[in-house]
Design a protein around this ligand. Structure first.
Ligand code: ADP
Length: 410
């Protein structure tokens, strides 16, 4: 029997999330998370999913990513799923920034590692951790294909008119300043799943995807191809997010430097960590914000209204970018769970063919579903994202024979 298992690793600065999938039926065999790597209070939570196993938790210091991955390997081995298993066909890694070069999932070798390293200046928070995860996994299983799946890859099809900022071309090119976009694995998966929900081929469908998690981004996808997205050089641009400002006049930054005496690093922290919903009202969890709105809290109301106003601007913008829209798909934590956000996002847009049905919108369910009124000109859908499945599918398609039929890339 050929090897059909793929381990998916998502290495953050102080955490590693992982899932082991069997690509014959895309079932999960185990999932887990290592948190607070490098601290004394590190924690590994491992859940074997075959035969309904119970979660196991290990607490105690895990010094670095190498120790974290070894601990994960030990946990997997306890269930007979160790990294030395002959059934493991590849490891798929989430890599945040692939620049312009990586337009597809890529088997990692030394040259690829060097290129990912070269991109650190445009992804200082993410690429170093992704690299550490890659290097550690390669040291543990040097013989196994390790595949990098890039958050930016799906957006590399954006035309220059969408990808370039209107600044001096030589300066922009010298410093690789352009719009790359992120969450691409999610936008790819959700736009394709939306076409499937409509019973149509991805090539025939134009979709606006709204990935609303703690980080949030919108994309315009024409016939399966991304033509615009709201995040830019970094994940700071675009929608109002949990802790990030999204769009603002760039002169705000010089103003804060000159008049507020703030340093570039201080403004970086302000815009990435102390802005967005948390900056506006002190909370970044949409559940809590809605609870406060319902209790009459003015600041929470303003934060919600600003969030929705920006979201509606992007829906309008991408409607114009696409010309014809077949579906608007909501995904990620807020998009999948917040009926009030979905309702407000398309309220009074019937002229554009957009509406939600109150009853359908209120239903809580796990799978993809339509929430627009029957017969609506534009489908409005809730489509749960699954970035790990998409990474595993792309990895398996590249190295495992590519017969993961249900989700294979077109
Ligand atoms: P991340 O960007 O961290 O991957 P997620 O996609 O998991 O984020 O989204 C997390 C956010 O989803 C939370 O901050 C919260 O605002 C929102 N969220 C989660 N569950 C609900 C819910 N039941 N109702 C409203 N919002 C929710």
């Amino acid at each position: 029997m050929s090897a059909t298992r793929v381990l998916v690793l998502n290495s953050g600065s102080s955490s590693v999330k992982y899932q082991l999938l069997d690509m014959r039926d895309t079932s999960r065999l185990a999932v887990g998370l290592v948190e607070r790597i490098g601290e004394r209070t590190s924690r590994l939570r491992h859940t074997p999913l075959m035969r309904g196993g119970d979660s196991r938790e290990t607490n105690g210091p895990i010094a670095d990513h190498e120790a974290a991955l070894k601990a994960v390997a030990d946990e997997l081995a306890r269930d007979g799923l160790g990294l030395d298993s002959a059934e493991l066909t590849a490891i798929g890694h989430r890599v945040v920034h692939g620049g312009r070069r990586f337009t597809e999932p890529t088997v990692v070798d030394d040259a690829v590692l060097t290129e990912i390293e070269r991109l650190i200046p445009v992804a200082p928070l993410h690429n170093p951790a992704n690299l550490t995860g890659l290097r550690t996994a390669m040291a543990l299983r040097p013989d196994l294909p390790q595949v990098a799946v890039f958050d930016t890859a799906f957006h590399t099809t954006m035309p220059e008119s969408a990808a370039r900022y209107a600044i001096d071309v030589e300066t922009a090119d010298a410093h690789r300043v352009r719009r790359y976009g992120f969450h691409g694995t999610s936008h790819a998966y959700v736009s394709r799943e939306t076409a499937r929900l409509l019973g149509r081929a991805p090539e025939d469908v134009n979709v606006i995807v709204l990935h609303l998690g703690n980080g949030a981004s919108a994309s315009a996808v024409r016939g399966g191809v991304c033509v615009d997205t709201s995040m830019g050089l970094t994940p700071l641009e675009g929608l109002v997010m949990g802790t990030r400002s999204g769009d603002l006049d760039p002169a705000v930054i010089f103003h804060l430097m000159r008049v507020g005496n703030m340093s570039a690093d201080e403004i970086d922290v302000l815009l990435n960590k102390r802005s967005g919903l948390v900056g506006l009202c002190g909370d970044n969890d949409m559940r809590e914000i809605r609870r406060r709105v319902d209790a009459g809290d003015e600041r929470a109301r303003l934060a919600f209204d600003i969030y929705i106003h920006r979201l509606r601007k992007y829906i309008g913008a991408y409607y114009a970018v696409l010309g014809r829209v077949d579906a608007v798909a909501f995904t990620a934590g807020v998009g999948e769970n917040s009926a009030p956000v979905r309702e407000a996002a398309v309220a009074d847009l019937t002229e554009l063919g957009l509406a939600v049905d109150g009853e359908l919108n209120a239903v809580r369910a796990d799978g993809p579903r339509l929430i627009s009124p029957p017969g609506a000109r534009v489908a409005v859908a809730v489509v749960p994202t699954d970035e790990e499945l998409e990474i595993a599918t792309q990895t398996y398609a590249l190295v495992g024979g590519g017969d993961a039929a249900p989700h294979a890339r077109p």
